[in-house]
Design a protein around this ligand. Sequence first.
Ligand SMILES: Cc1ncc(COP(=O)(O)O)c(C=O)c1O
Length: 452
Amino acid sequence: MVVPLGNTQDAFFPRSIAATMPTIVSGHGVHLVDDRGRELIDVCSGPFLASLGQGNERVLDAMSRQGRELTYVYSRMTRHPANARLSGRLARLLGPGFERVHLTSGGSEANEMAIKMLRMRALSRGERDRTVVVSLMPSYHGATVLTLGFNGDVSVSGSWGPFTVEAERIPAPLTFRAPSTHEAAATSLTALDDLLARVGAERVLAVLVEPIGGQSSGVNVPHPSFARGLRRRCDEHGIALVFDEIVTAFRTGEVLAAFHDRDALPDVVTLAKGLGAGYAPLGAVATSAQLADELADSLGFVVSHSYDASPIACAAGDAVLAEIEDRDLVERSTRLGAVLRDGLDALAARHRIIGDVRGRGLLQAVELVADPDTMATFGPGLDPAHEIAKVGIDHGLLLYARRQNEGRFGDWLLLAPPLVIDDDELASMLQRFDDTLRAAAPRLVGRSDGDP
Ligand SMILES: Cc1ncc(COP(=O)(O)O)c(C=O)c1O
C-alpha cells in the first residue's frame, strides 16, 4: 500500500520533514522494508527503542496470551499478576535500592511521575519549598508540559515558557572540546555548587540527569567524578538524585548505565524505550522500598494514568526482559559495542567530517564537524545529520537525525541498533554508513554556518 504525502497522518508534521520520510510497510529483525521495496537497517532502533528488532515471537505470544487471559484492569482499582511479574523481574534485575517499580506508558510520563513522587515525599516531610529541579544543558527528558521544562533546550522558554516550570540548568559535562573529561565534570559541578548557593540547596527537590547522554548530547559519556560529585552534593543537602535511563538501560554493557559506578547510584531511576522495545508503550520509575514506604506511610502517591501497568503492556515488558536475560543481550552489547566502536574509529580515520567517536556498548555516536582542524560546528543554517540521514536511505540505512539546540552544542549521528543485531548485520551497517558518508560528507565539510 502506497501512503501518499498529505494524507491524514501527515496533518501535523512540517512538510519538509514529511517529504523525506520513507513509508515503512514491514519489518523483520533489524530490517525495515519501505513501499519501494528498499530494505533499511534500523540504525537507532527507532529512537533507541526497538531493542529486540521486529517480530519477536516470544513477546508477541506473551502479549496475545495475556490479552486472552486478562485484557485490562485499572491499576488503581486492582492488582494483577502481569504487573507483579514485570515489576518483580525488573526490581530483581536492578537489585538493591530499586525494590519498588511504578509502571507508566512511556518515558516522559516516567520522568514526570518520578518528580511528582519526590514532590509528594517533600510535602510529607514538611519541605514545601523544595520545588526546584536541576537538569543539564543540553539534555532531554520528555515532551509533556512538565518535562519540556526540564529539557536542556534553548528554545524551551520561547515556546513553552508561560506554560511550564523551568528547571535550573547547569552545563552538561560535555567531553568533546573540553580540555579533559575530568575538567568538564569539574566545571559542571562548580556550576552546581554556585547554583545551590544562589537558589538555596534546601529549595532543590531533585537533580535529574542522563548518566550517559542520548540524542541531546550525542551520547556524552561524563568522567566518573561527575556522578560521584552529584551523589555527594545530593547526600549533603537531602536532594534526590534521579537518573533518566530511558535511552541507556540495557544498552551500555550494564543493565543500567549507573552500574558502571556502583559508588554513585541514584535514588530514583526512570526507564522506558527498551523496556517495551516497541511492542507496547511502557515506562517505569524504580526506587527503593524505603522511599516508597515513606510515601505510602504518609501522604501516599495517588497520581495515576488509565494505562499504567496495563496487563498486555506488562506481559510485553516481562517477555522483553526475559529475552534480554536469556539471550545475554546486556553482555552482548559490550562485545558488539566494541566491534561497532572499532568500525566507527576506522571510519573516523577516513571521513574528515567525523570529529569524535564516543559511547558505550551499543550506544555510540559520531560527532560531525565542519572543520576537523578547528572542530568548528555547522551553525544554525545547516543540519548535517539530517542531510546525511536523507542520503542514508539510498544506501539502506534508517538513521535518526533530530537536531537540538540548533546545533549550538554540536551535531551528531547516533548508532544504537537493536541489541539482537548479529556480526554480519553490524558489518553491513558499518559498510552502508561508510558509503553514506562518502556520498554525503564531501559537500558538508567546510560549510560552517550553512554557507552554500
Ligand atoms: C533521555 C530521554 N528521556 C525521556 C524521553 C521521553 O520518552 P518518551 O518519548 O517515551 O516520552 C526520551 C525520548 O526520546 C529520552 O531520550
